[in-house]
Design a protein around this ligand. Sequence first.
Ligand SMILES: [Zn+2]
Length: 210
Amino acid sequence: MTWDEFKGDWFPAHCAAFTGIRAWLAKISRGDGAPTEAQIVKGWYNVLREVDLEAANAATARMHAGDIEEPKGFDRHPAAIRRACGVQRQQSRYEPRFDADGNQMFACRDCLDSGFVLCWTEKSMRAMRDGTFGQPYTVYSTYIVCHCPAGNQHDGRREFPRYDAKRHLPILMGTWDDGDRARLAAFVGNMRPANYDPALESATENGGTF
Ligand SMILES: [Zn+2]
């Protein structure tokens, strides 16, 4: 779906079905270092952009009716909707596969076959290293093209570097909690200076930051 379809149709419809989302968004976007509502909503869109509008609306209706299990925590809603629709069914040559219980299986655990991994930007890593993380303009995420075959379809988009576990730290989608912060602190603390690549830095800052 397009951003306009997401913003004007699916997202309001989903919020009307699950009426706690707006208050939850307002709450978790409060305070220093918190993501803005716009960042969170954009993150939702990135999870759902390859899902058809009609399919997403149908999945919301099924979740609302209880036919799809509502995940614990609103931050998991987009992934559940996407799963319910079959990831990238519209555009990917990778057909979703299912195990005997009907659970979708993924070839790549890093990107769940989406081809993108949501990671901290170089700027956020540097801020954490310098002790300024959480101050204004230091908390940024970006999509990195995955190392796997699903990522190959996005390769050639120069604004996205390829995912490398040694230099990129994935963000556990939508949590933004002390856990993610602590993981970033540990990751940056363990990084060798050689892992800081100026080319990567400019790539992420010109690229997928919200
Ligand atoms: Zn992957």
